[in-house]
Design a protein around this ligand. Structure first.
Ligand code: GN1
Ligand code: MG
Length: 359
């Protein structure tokens, strides 16, 4: 790790490097130098991201675009190059590393502590959509092919059920049945895209609350992080993934499912913050399908977690036995919650659009 740290053109000599954040995929460290400067060092998961140079091309292009559009220092991520001028370092073991400037006086939340926090995360992701609306999407690589192709996720899920690699299938029959009962609906968004009824946009594709930095004092939105999955995608998926993670009343891995509910208050706050920033960019159909994006992203994450549980926890980092099953169950509970509050979700969206003069 220190060898990687030394490969980058930092100010001073690296003296400290500690684990940082809660991502499920990459390994993230905070690096401090003897000149007191901090950086974020990341080992990129090369099993998940098969073409890291292509991924780094995306990250570099998008961060440059964002920092030109909003030059305030803490309002976009900034990559630090290696001494050779590359955006990443490849070590002797074949691992890829990158380094960002640390964003001072910032926080990143696993759970919204107030409605305002969640609203601010919507401002961050809405701004991201807005600033990238004029970015040439076709120049971006697909870093994970078919990432939010929900029907294809179902194909993979069925495979995992059939293979039952870890011998866990018989204990999760009800969960499997829950997922399969919703398979038909899961293809609606992709069909609209294929028919040309939804446009392809530059999407973040992983819009969890903990992928946003807020100012530690004012708690205002600073910027969006975790840009590995930035690629052409659907706006409703960006909206939807935020709702599934942040408008839940419980953590993604909560074991007590009675605590897992959809907060319509948080849903409304996010809808407002997001559409205030980028609503004018969207087509009426895109706006109309936002709630469906929330439901399908939740369902998709549920089947991904359950598939990984069945496969023996090979994709997501876990910190206890059954962790992926717990995660899958919170997602399915949230899907049920959304189904129960479907009309209210549509009404809230219509009200917010009315207030903002959209559609
Ligand atoms: C992963 O890396 P992280 O923790 O931000 C995953 C997302 C899932 C999320 C579930 C590349 O995101 O797709 O929605 O976990 N990222 C990848 O918490 O698979
Ligand atoms: Mg993350």
């Amino acid at each position: 790790m220190l060898k990687a740290a030394n490969a980058f053109a930092v100010k001073g000599r690296p003296i400290q490097c500690e684990r940082h954040g809660h991502g499920h995929i990459n390994a993230t460290y905070r690096l401090v130098t003897d000149e007191g400067l901090s950086y974020v060092l990341q080992k990129i998961n090369r099993h998940v991201f098969k073409d890291v140079p292509a991924l780094m091309h995306n990250v570099s292009a998008v961060t440059q675009h964002l920092s030109q559009a909003d030059p305030r220092p803490r309002h976009s991520l900034r990559l630090i190059n290696t001494h050779e001028g590359s955006t990443y370092f490849l070590d002797d073991e074949g691992e890829y590393w990158r380094l960002y400037d640390y964003i001072p006086d910032s926080i990143c939340l696993d759970r919204a502590e107030s409605k305002e926090d969640f609203y601010q995360s919507a401002v961050a992701f809405g701004t991201f959509q807005n600033l990238l609306a004029d970015f040439p999407a076709e120049t971006l690589h697909e870093t994970i092919p078919r990432f939010h192709d929900t029907p294809n996720r179902y194909v993979q899920f069925r495979q995992a059920v059939q293979e039952d690699a870890a011998g866990r299938g018989r204990d999760v029959q009800e969960d499997i049945a829950f997922a399969l009962a919703r398979e038909a609906e899961a293809s609606v968004m992709m069909e609209l895209l294929q028919k040309g009824e939804l446009p392809l946009r530059v999407a973040h594709n992983d819009t969890k609350l903990n992928n946003v930095m807020l100012d530690a004092k004012t708690r205002g939105a600073l910027c969006v992080i975790d840009l590995d999955t930035v690629m052409p995608g659907l706006a409703a998926n960006d909206f939807g993934d935020s709702i599934r993670f942040g408008a839940s009343t419980a953590a993604e891995d909560e074991r007590d499912l009675s605590l897992v509910r959809i907060s319509l208050e948080l849903y409304e706050a996010y809808t407002r913050g997001f559409l205030e920033q980028c609503g004018k960019r969207f087509t009426p159909k895109e706006i109309e399908t936002l709630p469906l994006g929330a439901k399908l992203m939740t369902l998709e994450n549920g089947i991904r977690f359950l598939a990984d549980h069945l496969a023996g926890d090979v994709y997501y980092r876990i910190s206890r036995p059954g962790h992926n099953l717990d995660r899958a169950r919170t997602q399915f509970k949230l899907v049920q919650e959304m189904e129960a509050h479907w009309q209210e979700m549509a009404d809230i969206l219509a009200r917010v659009c009315g207030e903002l003069g959209l559609g």
